[in-house]
Ligand binder design. Structure first.
Ligand SMILES: Cc1ncc(COP(=O)(O)O)c(C=O)c1O
Length: 504
């Protein structure tokens, strides 16, 4: 429990207590140093290990209780530099390809700093930050060929974007007053459809929206991990027959495991026929629409009723920033508006904002995440960003060729976008050992600071997974990954064959 001192003298109204520094020029020096360190970090990140474990000193600092007395800003900044920002997971590194993590950029960092500097929130006030977010949303609306009446909101990420898109879909399709009366007023069980490769955030959305996990029907996939739309049609018919209420179908524009893109055109047509809401989880792949080369792979995307996607993945924006677009803006606002006397919109003044984000999502107060997205698109333009998407995909194809050519490696799935799954094949060992060898191999790649792929399981096999949303990677980084995978794999295989426990 925090001990709050009782010996403090009472406040005198002339004390003018504040949290601003007494000595601004001293703080300015500390601030300049912090900015320099942050820029140095990005400039020289290639020379560092991808990841280092958190040292004991940092663990000790981060186990201490809340202080009663404060310390000078210099000490606090020094602790942040030495103990905290020196030990990140490694997302900014050119050989970080785990999960799906963007790399961040200097301009994004500066934008976040400026947004924090004026303590801006976004979306609820009559100010420039709200207009920046509105402009970013218009840019996205145009990118995805959504109509003028479409709306959207910048979110923390695609998890929340999925929740919002699915909530609007639920309210749009169900004729009952779900918002007022709850799901208990609905006749028949509302049912949602997605491929069995759908991201776990959709499971969470089912729980949070009161729809229930068991009412998310996982549709089987084909050999390329795309939803079987023919089976989807059968499942919908069977559910209707059984008295269920199909409401939403979710298409993947890039699955988390392999980057598979569902046949969005076919799903859109089926959703129209069945009067279902068509939501696309485009967390990984939707922004490939920026690249004229990749855009044709997303055919059907612009027919969606809602699209969730992430700026902090394939737009390389620093954490965190995602987005959801809703084709029917009025429907969007109906799902989230809530009357409150203290939030009236007057004709003029600070609160005179016609389209408050408070009617487009669950949050009232929101950080100014749109600024880093705006700044990034302003600095690089869609041309440069689209070319980087092409480069990410070309690098993954290069890696696929290397894996295919290496006798000790095996491709485990097609790589239609920027994700590749493969494994080391310890052919001298029984197949029952292969998963464990690859698990050990992955940990060593990370522990040695060489590279950071992550893993998944495909058709029961443990596989190494490279998701390339990295604007710092070079071709030679993938060459090194293959070399080191073969070297470490060989070491582990030999130790295993000699009867040694492979763990270090
Ligand atoms: C396909 C897909 N959907 C949704 C998400 C969730 O996104 P976020 O982590 O931005 O909430 C992810 C995250 O990796 C994803 O890959």
């Amino acid at each position: 429990m925090v001990h709050l001192g009782t010996t403090q003298s009472p406040i005198d109204t002339e004390d003018n207590l504040t949290l601003d520094p007494e000595n601004w020029s001293a703080l300015r020096e500390v601030a300049h140093r912090a900015l320099d360190e942050a820029l140095d970090f990005q400039m020289s990140v290639r020379d560092k290990p991808v990841w280092r474990p958190v040292p004991e000193q940092t663990e000790a600092l981060l186990s201490s209780p809340a202080p009663s007395a404060g310390q000078d800003a210099e000490t606090v900044v020094e602790d942040m530099l030495r103990h905290i920002v020196s030990y990140p997971a490694g997302h900014a590194h050119p050989r970080f390809w785990g999960w799906v993590c963007g790399t961040g950029t200097p301009i994004g960092m500066l934008a976040d700093m400026l947004a924090a500097g004026v303590n801006a929130s976004s979306g609820t006030f009559n100010d420039a930050p709200s207009r920046v977010e509105a402009q970013v949303l218009r840019w996205m609306r145009d990118l995805f060929d959504f109509p003028e009446g479409a709306s959207g909101i910048v979110t923390s990420g695609a998890s929340v974007a999925n929740i919002i898109g699915m909530a609007v879909g639920r309210d749009a399709v169900l004729t009952e007053d779900v918002r007022g009366q709850g799901l208990g007023s609905v006749a028949g069980t509302p049912t949602v459809y997605a491929s069995e490769q759908v991201h776990s955030s959709v499971d969470k959305a089912m729980q949070l929206l009161g729809l229930g996990l068991k009412n998310l029907r996982k549709v089987p996939v084909d050999e390329a991990y795309r939803m079987r739309v023919d089976v989807l049609a059968t499942m919908i018919a069977e559910d209707r027959e059984a008295g269920c209420r199909p409401i939403v179908v979710i298409g993947n524009a890039g699955t988390v495991n392999t980057g598979a893109i569902d046949d969005l055109e076919a799903i859109a047509a089926l959703a129209r026929r069945e009067a279902l809401w068509f939501h696309v989880d485009g967390a990984i792949g939707a922004l490939a629409a920026i690249s004229p080369r990749l855009r044709p792979r997303l055919r059907g995307l612009s027919q969606a009723d809602s699209i969730a996607f992430d700026f902090h993945k394939w737009l390389y924006v620093p954490y965190e920033a995602g987005c959801v677009l809703i084709r029917d803006g009025e429907q969007h606002r109906r799902s989230f508006s809530a009357a409150a006397s203290y939030l009236e919109t007057p004709a003029r003044g600070i609160a005179a904002l016609a389209d408050s984000s408070n009617t487009r999502g669950p949050q009232l107060s929101r950080g100014f995440k749109a600024l880093k997205v705006w700044a990034q698109i302003r600095e690089f333009g869609f041309d440069r960003l689209g070319r980087l998407h092409d480069q990410n995909v070309a690098h993954v194809q290069h890696l696929a060729r290397l894996v295919d050519a290496a006798p000790g490696l095996e491709l485990m799935a097609p790589a239609p976008l920027n994700i590749l799954c493969f494994r080391y094949v310890p052919s001298s060992l029984p197949e029952t050992a292969w998963d464990a060898v690859n698990q050990e191999l992955l940990m060593r790649l990370q522990e040695d600071g060489i590279a950071a792929p992550s893993s998944t399981r495909l058709r029961g096999h443990f596989v190494l997974r490279v998701a390339n949303t990295n604007h710092r990677s070079r071709r030679e980084d993938f060459d090194l990954l293959v070399r080191e995978t073969l070297r470490l794999g060989g070491e582990i295989e030999a130790a295993w064959a000699a009867g040694e426990v492979p763990a270090r």
